[in-house]
Design a protein around this ligand. Structure first.
Ligand code: HEM
Ligand code: HEM
Length: 183
């Protein structure tokens, strides 16, 4: 099995990857709990809005870093279909990391609700007040949340396949510090 020649995602990419993984998984569970529990809804929704906007800002920073610093190449002997699946699923994850918070923000705006962050800061509305648009965006936010969860589960399975079955250096490229030269 050929190992990755060079090396790792840069420190910023790795720090953002793991912190955002925690935040996004938390947001999926907060979202689902928020729409099923009347008691927890007020506190969770106050958390959901600012965390979602934080994810949007971090995703923009991450996209900038990703475009400036291309990732280490995938192992040469990885079948073409798996290379395609890796590239396509990573871009799908980026699209969903950006779309989910933007749709959430637009949905709250279309519903005519204030977009309140922590400390009482209000963000401007990014969509016109419209019940029809609110219903459409709410549906999209819920459906894309399922798509995000399913993609993350496939991504997790692929990561563990690389770590435990192929052992080809793909997992450690996102997990460890910079590669050391062996003496
Ligand atoms: C990565 C970011 C986000 C994720 C993963 C996420 C995830 C979710 C999930 C899983 C739900 C439950 C959907 C359902 O079962 O119907 C939900 C609901 C909701 N989200 Fe988000 N969300 C994100 C960002 C945002 C943002 C930035 C806002 C607003 C500023 C927002 C506002 C809402 C609201 C108001 C609901 C409840 C809708 C209702 O009452 O049915 N979300 N979100
Ligand atoms: C919400 C959860 C997650 C999201 C949104 C996510 C997203 C991404 C994205 C977009 C990439 C492409 C590299 C980049 O530009 O940053 C990536 C790479 C990677 N992720 Fe995740 N990830 C998540 C969770 C996980 C978990 C739980 C694991 C492992 C158990 C993992 C392991 C990896 C590995 C090994 C790579 C490198 C793959 C390669 O080089 O082709 N990820 N992830």
């Amino acid at each position: 099995m050929s190992r990755r020649s060079s090396s790792h995602f840069n420190l910023l990419a790795r720090a953002l990857h793991w912190s955002m993984a925690v935040l996004i998984l938390a947001m999926l569970f907060i979202g689902v709990t928020m729409v099923t529990s009347l008691t927890l809804r007020p506190v969770l929704i106050d958390l959901h809005r600012p965390l979602g906007i934080a994810i949007l800002l971090l995703a923009l920073l991450r996209l900038g870093n990703r475009l400036r610093h291309p990732p280490p190449p995938l192992p040469g002997d990885l079948p073409a279909i798996q290379k395609f699946a890796a590239v396509a699923s990573h871009w799908l994850l980026y699209a969903l990391m950006l779309a989910m918070p933007l749709i959430g923000w637009a949905m709250v705006s279309a519903g005519g609700y204030p977009v309140v962050m922590l400390g009482g800061v209000h963000l401007p509305a990014i969509a016109p007040h419209s019940p029809e648009l609110f219903a459409l965006l709410r549906l999209a936010h819920g459906l894309l949340a399922y798509a995000l969860f399913a993609t993350v589960l496939m991504h997790l399975s692929a990561a563990l396949y690389h770590a435990w079955v192929r052992r080809d250096g793909v997992f450690s490229s996102m997990a460890r510090g910079p590669a050391r030269e062996q003496p």
